[in-house]
Every structure is written in structure tokens, then in C-alpha cells.
Design a protein around this ligand. Structure first.
Ligand SMILES: [Zn+2]
Length: 206
């Protein structure tokens, strides 16, 4: 792409670093911003900068939060003995939208993926095992997407927790293989949490 301006070229290069945004889309977005009042750009960059500067991760569940302990963990009505294990914030949002889950969460921050160089130590797994050892958790529900990485991660955690007194369950797969949790419809997802199955049963069928 030949740009008439170095400033334009730099802006397009930065925006096109975002996932799913090619050079053409980046150019469209940048030109759109140029047409907007100048404050729009200020609000946009300020919001992103504030997010980077001020965001914290809940010290209990590792979810993105504005305070040391997130609203879900801080809510006395939530059941701390039932913990849903998810990949990231998007899964928490999807499950919260179902209104079917009254427990709490543990956010791993990703899935084990040798292809992408993500190992168990890159994820919040040790703190999960620690929480189980502390004895408050009675049941863990695996709610990672049904992919090879999701299965590998579930199995790794399962191995880490063997012999410990915690019930392990997995969401019932009304969700077809490969579907990401965040795209599952609310009714199906809600049902799959309510009708969860013992994790070891899921090992036999796969
Ligand atoms: Zn939390």
C-alpha cells in the first residue's frame, strides 16, 4: 500500500496489528477516525490507555476486575464451594448471561497449547490446585471449549487433582465440538451447566 502520508501509514500499521484487522480495514478505521470530531480519538486512546494502566486481575479468580476482588467473588450470595473453570473473561460473561450458575469462577487465562508455546506454567493452574488444597472447593466444573487444547488442559488439571477430595465435573456437551463457549446460545449453555456430568464419564466417551 502506497500512502500519501507517513502519519497515516504509521496509524494504519498500528491498527492492523490487531487480530482480524487487515491493512484495508485498518485504513478504513483510521480514515473514519479522521472524519470524526477530534475528541472521539482522545476518548478512544484514553479508554485504552486507562485499561492498560489500571486494570487488575481478581486475586481470587483471576478475572479482569476494577478492584482487588471482583464483584462475583465479593458477592456473599455466590457459592464458593462450586467453582467453574474457564479460559477467560468471555466465558465468564457467557455463563453469567445464562443466569443458571450461582457458583464462582477460576479463570485460567488461556489453554495449554504446545503449538502456541503455552504450557501449564503460563496459566493460573497452580493457584487452582492451591485453592483445592485449602479445602473450600467441593466441586470443580470444567467449562473449556471442546477443542484439543481444551481437552488437554482439562486432563492436565484432572491429573494434578487426582487423589484430592474434590468432585470434578464437565459441562454437558450440548455444545458441538470446536464451538467456542462464548458463541454457544444461552439456553444450551445454561442447560449444559445444570446437567453437567462427572468428568471421568467424559473421558470414557472420548
Ligand atoms: Zn474474582
Amino acid at each position: 500500500m502506497d500512502f500519501s502520508s507517513k502519519l497515516l501509514e504509521n496509524a494504519v500499521a498500528e491498527v492492523s496489528q490487531l487480530p482480524g484487522i487487515g491493512k484495508r480495514t485498518a485504513l478504513r478505521l483510521v480514515l473514519h477516525l479522521l472524519k470524526q470530531p477530534k475528541e472521539r480519538t482522545t476518548y478512544l486512546t484514553a479508554a485504552i490507555q486507562a485499561l492498560r494502566d489500571d486494570v487488575v486481575f481478581c486475586k481470587k479468580c483471576h478475572n479482569i476486575s476494577d478492584s482487588e476482588v471482583c464483584e462475583i467473588c465479593a458477592n456473599p450470595k455466590r457459592d464458593r464451594s462450586v467453582v467453574c473453570v474457564v479460559e477467560d473473561l468471555r466465558d465468564v460473561m457467557a455463563i453469567e448471561n445464562t443466569g443458571q450458575f450461582q457458583g464462582t469462577y477460576h479463570v485460567l487465562g488461556g489453554k495449554i497449547s504446545p503449538m502456541e508455546g503455552i504450557g501449564p506454567n503460563d496459566l493460573n493452574i497452580r493457584s487452582l490446585v492451591q485453592k483445592v488444597d485449602e479445602g473450600e472447593i467441593q466441586e470443580l466444573i470444567f467449562a473449556l471449549s471442546a477443542s484439543m487444547e481444551g481437552d488437554t488442559t482439562n486432563f492436565y488439571i484432572y491429573r494434578q487433582l487426582q487423589g484430592k477430595s474434590v468432585k470434578l465435573a464437565t459441562i454437558a456437551r450440548g455444545i458441538s465440538v470446536g464451538d467456542e463457549l462464548e458463541y454457544a446460545d444461552e439456553v444450551t449453555l445454561g442447560r449444559s451447566i445444570v446437567n453437567r456430568i462427572p468428568f471421568e464419564d467424559s473421558l470414557k466417551t472420548s
